[in-house]
Design a protein around this ligand. Structure first.
Ligand code: PHE
Length: 442
């Protein structure tokens, strides 16, 4: 038996986990879900779900990974027996499904980056539609998707320390810095307040009862935290006992949520300053790739530089997430079939490329895959995790978390939340999301 790889440092683990969390979900997903009209109700629900429901589940997922030292496919069985095998499969299927369309989005991002760099930005809305049409169809999409997957695969093939930790250690701080600079710049635009008010701060009490707003908030919380899909199991299985998980989970969640909000502060003022509100509400998944380049296009060379920076940042954010998605099937194949890392990466990547082709060719398919794999399946994963760690094997917490005085209180709190709060709240979110998905299917 080879010994299991380990992170080099605790910071390395936090940055890798934060890198997984911070991704296109924060930049593209947040913009597109916030633009669907929930306003402040959407934001508040999203933050509330993160704090009350997701944080305990995040620690639970980490505890499951560290205490078993197994891949996402095997960890549930190791913890609670064969009955829990479907949960492992759910993780593997959901991560493959997400990465399949995520790579397509990464291709769009890279394409927009190169376009801004070499050719400049669209000058008006119709040029932007043409531009988006060209990046989201034809052979260039497949090429972008393939190259993004190859890049992802090469990092994962280099291993936990040599690939994942090395990349995320410099990417995540750089990304944060870039985003702060852009948010400050965005705050100086003429439409800033209008943008914040229209998309982020608009108050409408009835939105709290709107099933689409509720689904968006749950989906955004789970997707953005990379939660309920086994990524955190995989990453924590490479972590040693001395690290304090609750603290690290808090760091990851705070980083991720602030990046989400910061990203909204970059995108919405731009959209508003250039009168692109209509474009946002009529297009869904394309929001970021249509309105942002168009808005920036009216600003001459400054706009072009900002676009180049923004889409470079988005690509970095995406790759630190895509590697974590690939690590789920890869670790599982290594664990289950005893394959080498290299072989597992090769086979998983090939499969993911094939599964992603329909979403590369059809925007509708992409939207559907996002709703299923990136939405309800994650919420279901979160529900199962809270039941597993809250009810079936709560002793994992005692075994895994240290027994210093301060941690005992944290542990009690987490166990209480996982038992009594997370399961019913997530079950509610799951049912509402599922019904809403059915309602909006066609
Ligand atoms: N959290 C990532 C993002 O916000 C996406 C992701 C989801 C990554 C699930 C891993 C697992 O873009």
């Amino acid at each position: 038996m080879e010994t299991r790889e380990q992170w080099k440092s605790s910071l390395g683990f936090v940055l890798a986990a934060a890198g997984s969390a911070v991704g296109l979900g924060n930049l593209w997903g947040f913009a597109y879900r916030a633009s669907q009209g929930g306003g402040l109700a959407f934001i508040l629900l999203y933050i509330l779900i993160v704090l009350v429901v997701c944080l305990p589940v995040l620690v639970a997922e980490m505890v499951l990974g560290r205490s078993t030292g197994k891949s996402p496919l095997i960890a549930p069985i190791q913890a609670a027996g064969n009955k829990w095998q479907p949960m492992g499969w759910l993780f593997v299927i959901a991560s493959i499904g997400i990465l399949a369309f995520y790579a397509v989005l990464m291709g769009w991002t890279a394409d927009t980056f190169f376009h801004s760099l070499f050719f400049g930005l669209p000058g008006n809305m119709s040029e932007a539609e043409t531009f988006f049409g060209s990046i989201s169809s034809g052979s260039s999409v497949l090429l972008g998707q393939l190259l993004s997957l190859i890049l992802t695969a090469s990092v994962v093939a280099a291993g936990v320390r040599g690939g994942i930790e090395k990349l995320t250690k410099w990417c995540v701080p750089l990304l944060f810095l870039l985003l702060v600079v852009l948010a400050i710049w965005s705050a100086t635009l003429p439409g800033t307040w209008e943008g914040y008010r229209t998309f982020l701060l608009r108050w409408d009490t009835s939105e709290f009862f709107n099933s689409t707003t509720i689904r968006n908030a749950f989906t955004q919380a789970f997707f953005s935290l990379s939660l309920g899909i086994g990524v955190m199991i995989a990453y924590s299985s490479y972590l040693d006992r001395s690290k304090k998980l609750p603290k690290q989970a808090l760091a990851v969640a705070s980083l991720d949520t602030s990046v989400g909000i910061l990203a909204g502060m970059v995108t919405f003022p731009i959209v508003m300053s250039f009168g692109l509100k209509e474009a946002v509400s009529s297009s869904t998944v394309g929001t970021l790739f249509i309105s942002l380049p168009t808005g920036l296009g009216t600003l001459g060379i400054t706009g072009r530089i900002v676009a180049i920076l923004f889409f470079a940042l988005a690509f970095l954010a995406a790759i630190t997430s895509s590697i974590s998605l690939l690590e789920v099937p890869v670790a599982s194949l290594m664990d289950r079939l005893g394959w080498s890392r290299y072989k597992s990466v090769l086979i998983s990547t090939g499969l993911i490329f094939l599964i992603g082709i329909p979403s590369a060719l059809d925007l509708n398919v992409l939207g559907k895959m996002d709703s299923i794999f990136g939405g309800v399946l994650l919420i279901l994963g979160g529900f199962l995790l809270s039941v597993l760690l809250g009810w079936v094997v709560p002793r994992k917490f005692d075994e895994d978390l240290s027994s210093s005085n301060s941690e005992i209180r944290v542990r009690r709190y987490l166990k209480f939340m996982l038992r009594w709060v997370s399961p019913p709240v997530i079950a509610f979110g799951l049912v509402v999301s599922f019904m809403d998905l059915l309602k909006n299917w066609s």
